[in-house]
Design a protein around this ligand. Structure first.
Ligand code: GUN
Length: 286
């Protein structure tokens, strides 16, 4: 079975649109997401456009701020601080990667934790690992939603995550652990990787190499989640980290690229923006 992230995200966005339509009457306005794009990398432009389109579907106000590639770090941090102080802004996202002269770590920690819709702020990351309430990073959150919707049992299963990035590998491993899977984090230097991945009931691949995972690496009946977004070196088309054609017949469920994890990431960004808005509008008593 192919899990369509496109269909699931369309369904969830329609539900969110219904919820957001009640906000003007309840709270006097809709949530506002500000996306900052530095430079004009085509992949980043396309992601940012996707985020603006999804906002429109859900009924969230989206402001996309484009800055030249040579903007100084100070100016960018200043812009973020202004948005932090702006009460009409609920979520702030700076599209990554950034040019080399700008510290991504500084940018991420400058965004107010309460407006960090990506879930990248060190306080959100710490809260996640300490099982405290937090904003969950969008891609890992979307992956868990896809597995659950597809009816994949996570509890008691062996999960292998290939990749250990802060954005995907580490947090998705943590979320699978919290669902009571037994998790192995592997990477490009893992010795005899196929012997590790063949043990996986759930295989999540986020390594960024076209067709890195071949059919001999996958157990029959595994659930395979492909987070890769690559250009096929032969055809130039978008492709994942998994040899989809060879693995689809073996897998119980598999996500396609495009149309799999990508749309779910954006869907969870919408959900996180609504969450940040509601946290502000309906503060919890302490
Ligand atoms: N670049 C690629 N994916 C992401 C993401 O989820 N958030 C941000 N801010 N930048 C990205």
């Amino acid at each position: 079975m192919i899990i369509s992230g496109k269909e699931l995200s369309a369904r969830l966005k329609a539900e969110m649109a219904g919820q957001v339509s009640s906000f003007p009457e309840k709270y006097g306005r809709v949530p506002h997401l500000v996306v900052i794009l530095v430079g004009d990398d085509p992949a980043s432009v396309s992601y940012v456009t996707g985020k603006a389109k999804a906002s429109q579907v859900v009924g969230i106000k989206n402001t996309t701020i484009r800055k030249p590639v040579d903007i100084s770090e100070d100016e960018l941090l200043g812009l973020i601080r202004e948005l932090n102080a702006d009460d009409t802004v609920d979520g702030i996202l700076v599209q990554l990667p950034l040019p080399e002269h700008i510290s991504e770590a500084k940018v991420i920690e400058t965004i107010s934790k309460d407006k960090d819709v990506d879930g990248f702020h060190p306080l959100n990351v710490a809260a996640l690992w300490q099982k405290q309430p937090c904003t969950l990073p969008c891609t890992p959150k979307g992956i868990i939603k896809m597995l659950k919707t597809a009816g994949v049992e996570i509890k008691g299963k062996r999960a292998v995550v290939i990749g250990r990035s802060n954005i995907v590998g580490l947090p998705v491993a943590k979320l699978l652990l919290d669902e009571n899977a037994t998790v192995t984090i592997a990477h490009s230097r893992t010795a005899d990787l196929p012997s590790v991945t063949r043990e996986a009931d759930i295989l999540v691949v986020a390594i960024g190499r076209p067709r890195f995972v071949t059919a001999d690496m996958v157990k029959d009946g595994a659930a395979v989640i492909d987070v890769g977004v690559n250009r096929d070196p032969e055809t130039g088309k978008l492709c994942g980290d998994v040899d989809f054609a060879a693995i689809e017949p073996k897998a119980s469920v598999i996500t396609p690229v495009p149309g799999g994890v990508g749309p779910m990431t954006i869907c969870c960004l919408m959900e996180n923006t609504i969450e940040c808005f509601l946290n502000k509008m309906t503060p919890k008593k302490v």
